[in-house]
Design a protein around this ligand. Structure first.
Ligand SMILES: Cc1ncc(COP(=O)(O)O)c(C=O)c1O
Length: 420
């Protein structure tokens, strides 16, 4: 006690003792600070803009309430996400519904719930949505997701804007056929375009390139069909700091050059600029979260490598196995001790690939010590599974130096509760 690692004013060893491990900890203060930056640097700075939190990064009832209080919209990529958001009190009109393979049931749910924007991915979805909306007497606002053909500099599994992508319409299909079809449909209000080129991007060049391509497309739609967009959604993908990455950039680095392109395009055209939307997920939540584990084993294997086994692993953090993500780690009881051991931090699952960090430099640890893995706020809890029947960890939120339980730890009983 006393010299332990602190996270936003809370002693991490105390949190582990009180709530158990593995434990996700989210700083609400850090989340709110990012929302504030979005306001100051984007929505208050540029008229007719909005920021939408991409909840796939981290979704709890509490985070929805925070987003609502911060004036943010939220995205959704499934009926489950829409349900969770509305249940938490989000205004359905502030929701943006994505997905490359939405089910009929999900489209009906979105229309019945009054989701503000449906981002249509393909022609068959457009036709089905039109039918559903006509049947329900609704006219949902829609955007088209387009694949601008930009290869972002990121892991291929999180690159989404290239030509050969499962997401969205091709530019040609929108230009030659789909936009006109949507304009002619009575059941949808075709409002504009959306792109999302990938995740964890640290440079702004690919966003700017995508903006230019999409603006050119909007220019051609205007010339050909007289279509004037009411909204341009530039997606998310704004990068954050992990172990080997630069520090998390300010949001201005991404939005300023995009806004300059967009404003100048519309100034030249003499048209009113459409509303510009961005959808950050990771950028809002990643640095706001850590995961605390307890060390269960320490050994040197036959190859002379040190392995530190912990009480979680790929079920609570699949990102290392999925994308070769790399994380920083702090030994909770010895945050300032010399890091003279090189160790691989391994999970407890029956998979050789169940590694959380390869080759971390840490002080010597023993069974019972705690590790805090940093920047796990995004795509950890939301991607968690029950592999090997591990219970999903609890989520604790910290605010003004006080901790409270946000999501209770799963139990063995929870895990078999749906088995018949
Ligand atoms: C359509 C869309 N918008 C926003 C995001 C959020 O991305 P990030 O968390 O990298 O900001 C994603 C991520 O997959 C996405 O698919």
């Amino acid at each position: 006690m006393g010299n332990n690692f602190e996270f936003y004013g809370c002693d991490a060893a105390e949190l582990a003792r009180e709530y158990g491990t593995p434990l996700y900890v989210i700083s609400n203060d850090a989340v709110r600070a990012r929302c504030r930056e979005l306001r100051e640097s984007f929505t208050d700075r540029y008229e007719n803009t909005r920021a939408v939190y991409a909840c796939k990064a981290f979704l709890t009832q509490e985070i929805c309430r925070i987003m609502k209080s911060e004036g943010m919209g939220m995205d959704a990529v499934s009926g489950g996400e829409i349900y969770a958001e509305v249940k938490a009190g989000m205004d359905p009109g502030m929701l943006v519904f994505h997905g490359n393979s939405k089910t009929k049931a999900e489209l009906i749910q979105a229309v019945e719930t009054g989701v503000g924007t449906i981002v249509v991915d393909n022609m068959s979805e457009l036709e089905l949505l039109n039918e559903i909306a006509l049947e329900k007497g609704a006219k949902p606002g829609i955007l088209f997701r387009v694949a601008p053909g930009v290869d972002s500099h990121t892991h291929s599994y999180i690159s989404t804007g290239q030509l050969d992508s499962k997401f969205g319409f091709s530019i040609e299909e929108v230009e030659n056929h789909a936009a006109k079809a949507a304009m002619d449909m009575e059941g949808v209000d075709f409002r504009g375009l959306h792109f999302h080129i990938g995740s964890q991007l640290h440079e702004n060049d690919t966003h700017v390139m995508a903006v230019k391509i999409v603006l050119e497309l909007l220019g051609r739609l205007r010339d050909k069909y007289g279509f004037k967009a009411a909204e341009l959604n530039c997606g998310g993908g704004f990068g954050v700091h992990y172990k080997d990455d630069p520090e998390t950039p300010g949001i201005s680095m991404f939005v300023d050059p995009m806004m300059a392109e967009i404003d100048s395009f519309y100034e030249k055209l003499g048209d009113e600029r459409p509303m510009v939307t961005i959808e950050p997920g990771r950028w809002i939540i990643s640095d706001a979260g850590i995961t605390i584990y307890e060390v269960g084993s320490v050994k040197v294997n036959g190859a002379g490598k040190t392995y530190v086994g912990v009480d979680g692993g790929m079920p609570d953090n699949p990102r290392t196995a999925l994308y070769q993500a790399s994380y920083e780690v702090v030994v909770v009881e010895k945050p300032d001790a010399p890091k003279d051991v090189r160790a691989t931090i391994a999970g407890k699952c029956c998979e050789s690939g169940d590694i959380i960090i390869y080759d971390a430099d840490i002080p010597a640890v023993e069974r019972g010590d705690h590790l805090a893995v940093l920047s796990t706020g995004a795509y950890n809890y939301s991607m968690a599974s029950n592999y090997n029947r591990l219970c999903r960890p609890a989520v604790v939120a910290v605010e003004n130096g006080e901790a409270h339980l946000s999501v209770r730890r799963e139990t063995y009983e929870d895990m078999i509760s749906r088995d018949l």
